[in-house]
Design a protein around this ligand. Structure first.
Ligand code: GDP
Length: 197
């Protein structure tokens, strides 16, 4: 799928103010610093569309980016930042989980995982939670340019193994790099297929 236009639509801290749920949307989420903003900018080929985080965990916003006037990329706030207070973590949970459970136009959640780290509890728990609530998701292993293909495959295998304790099948996976654009065509093709229905 080609991206002709990508524009920032709105930022929200409250779910009541989100755009009407009439266009399909695809949410991107992951631990703070996983490379989410870089990935969104890489997918849309628009540097600076999503703000790369200066202060991890500070912004608790849902950002909507309108693509080709037809669908949304939704940038969800990162989780698992060490310095966030317990109360702001609680708020994150309520806000984001409410969005994920109730957003009728949400097609799929792309869960970003750093391809260089072994399975992290916070990522696995988040995947389990999505599974429990029947929310469709796929895995995106980021920053693949930073290590060998073999090491990335080992990370993926370890993550899949951990998921199989809970799921019968593992979700689809993508390997990406915002530096080399690896994974861009695959993710956009996948979104194009879902949009076609
Ligand atoms: P976010 O907090 O998840 O939005 O992460 P950012 O997109 O701000 O990225 C965090 C850091 O990782 C920044 O310094 C990025 O330049 C770097 N980064 C993100 N993606 C990649 C990637 O694919 N390859 C490399 N080499 N660095 C990346």
């Amino acid at each position: 799928m080609l991206i002709h236009t990508a524009e920032f639509k709105c930022s929200n801290t409250r779910t009541e103010k989100l755009p009407p749920p009439v266009l399909p949307e695809y949410a991107f989420i992951g631990r703070s610093n996983v490379g989410k903003s870089s990935l969104i900018n890489m997918l849309t080929q628009k540097k600076g569309l999503a703000k790369t985080s200066q202060t991890p965990g500070k912004t608790q916003l849902i950002n909507h980016f309108l693509i080709n006037d037809k669908w949304y990329i939704v940038d969800l706030p990162g989780y698992g930042f060490a310095r966030a207070s317990k109360s702001s973590r609680g708020e994150w949970e309520r806000f984001i989980k409410y969005y994920l459970k109730n957003r009728e136009s949400l097609q799929c959640v792309f869960v970003l995982i750093d391809s260089r780290v072994p399975p992290q509890k916070v990522d696995l728990e988040f995947c389990f939670w999505l599974g429990e609530h029947g929310i469709p998701f796929m895995l995106v292993f980021t920053k693949a340019d930073k290590q060998s293909k073999h090491k990335t495959q080992l990370t993926i295998a370890a993550f899949k193994k951990a998921l199989l304790d809970f799921f019968e099948e593992v979700p689809q996976q993508f390997i990406t790099s915002s530096e080399t654009q690896e994974g861009r065509d695959e993710i956009l093709t996948c979104i194009g297929e879902i949009n076609k229905g």
